[in-house]
Design a protein around this ligand. Structure first.
Ligand code: MN
Length: 288
């Protein structure tokens, strides 16, 4: 018999300033460093003015090690380049999926068209930790378009399966530990029941709109964290709502992070810093 996952905490996103960009950050917040295996969530909305050079938009080359930085694109585009030679633009409804492993250097920009012509951008980037025994594995990158993202459709509800298996539909991205990552859109007045394994730590974050999840009201930019006391999350939309569901088996290992590196202890972080400085995480020279 399936039981309901009840809400443990509702956390409103905090505004943070990242290099001049104001964005919404529901994780981490004071008192909550991470929800194992999810380490960070950034929600960025902006309108580019146009008339810019592509190199002046977005984030230039930087390294990562030890986890997966994943970007869901909701509006506009993300242009990815990396030290393995990958180069791809992902548009609305798509996902930039990267596993940093032992090290990769990438840039995350908006592309020539948006830089030159301007337009809206809306992204969610989140960081998923990797188990210790996979942190030094080979990095990889996978762009996933909207068309390549399987859709579970119910009356008034769409759920796109980015990773993991949800209601027997397999997502496009391979993860480093068991997880189910979903993007959802639900119309006001509709209701569905999410079905997530009991042991998975689970987060629901609203980009906009208003939902009741397990009888708890959430407004735009709220994040709900659930107890692992059941499998089912009843979702009722009181407004048209876009949301994400991040759920995963907790890794249950120590987390040590510094800037773009996530390891299990200080000495591994020192090594990461040294390796990055020595160019062991690759070199990326961007061509525009
Ligand atoms: Mn990055």
């Amino acid at each position: 018999m399936k039981a309901r996952k009840t809400v443990k905490q509702v956390i409103p996103a905090q505004k943070v300033n990242m290099g001049g960009h104001l964005l919404d950050q529901p994780l981490p917040v004071r008192g909550l460093d991470y929800v194992d295996p999810f380490l960070l969530i950034h929600h960025w909305e902006s309108r580019l003015p146009g008339g810019q050079h592509p190199r002046d938009v977005g984030v230039g080359p930087h390294p990562h090690r030890g986890f997966s930085p994943v970007t869901f694109v909701f509006k506009g585009s993300v242009e990815h380049r990396d030290s393995l030679g990958n180069h791809a633009v992902v548009k609305e409804g798509g996902t930039q999926w990267m596993f940093a492993g032992r090290g990769i250097t990438h840039s995350e920009r908006q592309g020539k068209e948006l830089a030159e012509n301007g337009g809206e951008v809306e992204l969610i980037q989140f960081w998923v930790n990797a188990p210790a025994h996979k942190k030094m594995a080979t990095p990889y990158y996978q762009p996933i378009s909207a068309e390549d993202t399987p859709l579970v459709e119910e009356e008034g509800s769409k759920l796109w399966v980015v990773s993991g298996t949800y209601k027997e539909i397999e997502g496009a991205a391979p993860s480093q530990s068991p997880q189910i990552l979903l993007r959802g859109a639900i119309e006001a007045g509709s209701q569905i029941t999410l079905d997530i394994p009991r042991t998975y730590n689970t987060i629901v974050y609203l980009l906009d709109g208003e939902l009741e999840v397990s009888d708890t009201k959430l407004k735009r930019k709220d994040m709900a964290v659930f107890y692992n006391d059941g499998e089912e999350i009843p979702v009722k939309a009181t407004k048209d709502t876009r949301y994400i569901v991040l759920s995963g088996e907790p890794i249950k290992e120590p987390v040590a992070s510094y800037g773009p590196f996530v390891m299990t202890n200080e000495s591994e972080l020192m090594e990461a810093l040294r390796d990055a400085q020595m160019g062991k995480m690759g070199v990326l020279i961007e061509e525009f």
